[in-house]
Write a protein that binds this ligand. Structure first.
Ligand code: DC
Length: 203
């Protein structure tokens, strides 16, 4: 079974997805880490992000399923968002992401999980929250990782990324057809997870 969770930055996808995967015993995939891994490689190899061929040339040799502390830096997210708007990058990363479904039950979170990567998923969710809430969550998450930023810096970062992720031509952030939309503003992790479990049980 595949469950997808899409939504903008700070909507709670990772936190909720991780807890849901623990409750159901499913594997959890954070698709943003794939774009963040590519962004770090581009930075470290000093590749011009506008050089599509060179960027795509990195993909075959990358380990996409590791996690590094630098993944969570705002500048990595920003570059990941810029690279994710390149159609060739998305095309090359599609098969890598889909191969995860071969290993059984999966919860996949990101921007295009229910719309493009796993359109046939049994359950689709779209999480959203107000900008102040998403800013506060993101700020707390970064502080937990030792990165202290002002609210206005975090708000600017996520607003810029969201606008780009929503407006790009290839696989923009959209509410996938058939997805259940949950506004997580004012809701705790447990409440969101319980709401999702109720929807899953109902079907
Ligand atoms: O979820 P995240 O913040 O780690 O994602 C970082 C960037 O990667 C996000 O701004 C856009 C891109 N991304 C994407 O285009 N499609 C996905 N499924 C996941 C992330």
């Amino acid at each position: 079974m595949i469950i997808t969770i899409d939504g903008p930055a700070g909507a709670g996808k990772s936190t909720v997805g991780r807890e849901l995967s623990r409750r159901l015993g499913f594997r959890f995939f954070e698709s943003g880490s794939v774009y963040r891994a590519l962004a770090l490689a581009v930075k470290e190899k000093k590749i011009d992000p506008a050089d599509r061929e060179a960027v795509c040339g990195l993909i075959p040799g990358l380990d996409f399923f590791c996690s590094r502390p630098e993944f969570y830096l705002p500048e990595t997210g920003e570059l990941a968002s810029r690279l994710s708007a390149i159609p060739e990058v998305r095309k090359d990363l599609l098969a890598i992401q889909r191969s995860l479904a071969d290993t059984g039950n999966l919860i996949a979170e990101g921007r295009d999980m229910g719309s493009v990567v796993f359109p046939g998923a049994e359950h689709k969710f779209f999480l959203d929250a107000s900008l102040p809430t998403r800013t506060r969550r993101r700020q707390e998450e970064l502080a937990g990782k030792g990165k202290r930023l002002k609210p206005e810096e975090v708000e600017a970062e996520i607003s810029t990324r969201d606008a780009r992720d929503r407006s790009r031509k290839t696989s923009p952030l959209v509410v996938p057809e058939g997805a259940i939309v949950i506004d997580t503003t004012g809701l705790g992790i447990a409440e969101v997870v319980e709401t999702m479990l109720r929807h899953i049980d109902k079907r």
